[in-house]
Ligand binder design. Sequence first.
Ligand SMILES: [Cu+2]
Length: 207
Amino acid sequence: MASGGASLALAALLLVSCASAAAATKYTVGDTTGWTTSGDYATWASDKKFKIGDSLVFNYAGGAHTVDEVSAADYAACSSSKALSSDSAGTTTVTLKTAGKHYFICGVAGHCSSGMKLVVDVAAAKAATPSPAPAPAVAPAPDAADTTPDATPATTPKGSGGATPKTPVTVLSPPGKKSTSGATGLSATAWASLGLAGLVAVHLGAF
Ligand SMILES: [Cu+2]
């Protein structure tokens, strides 16, 4: 019962995580052109709908350029002195974690002003609203059904089962255990010989 509920919850979790993973898109900035001074990133971004969880992959020659995320004002001024983040490794992947506009520029002198600047507008997560809605509807139903039957049988046998057999069956318990383990014939013969021995004893005592 409990394991059934747990696996259901796991399945629900997997469904949710798979759905969000499948929905995320990886965008290669500038496509085959990559992140260079000859790119036109306004045009590149114009036909794309970015959402939370999507990622941007900047491809460029390592050390030749940087990918700096900056404020709107610094984007307009082509200033990366107060960059929110900066990378120059050659391949920079940025995951878009928040809605709204994200601004990226190249920090190398002259590159931003010659076009190495990108703004993406990340939409507020619309897909997030339908996915959490079915998850709670499924999860509470098996959970509630689980806790009620689990709690009742667990407590009842413990109290009565533990106390009752102890007192009356003190002597009888060893042969009883043997018979349940499969040695029914042996214990029967054991009891029969015990009975015989008893009979013999009685006879011996009588005579
Ligand atoms: Cu550059």
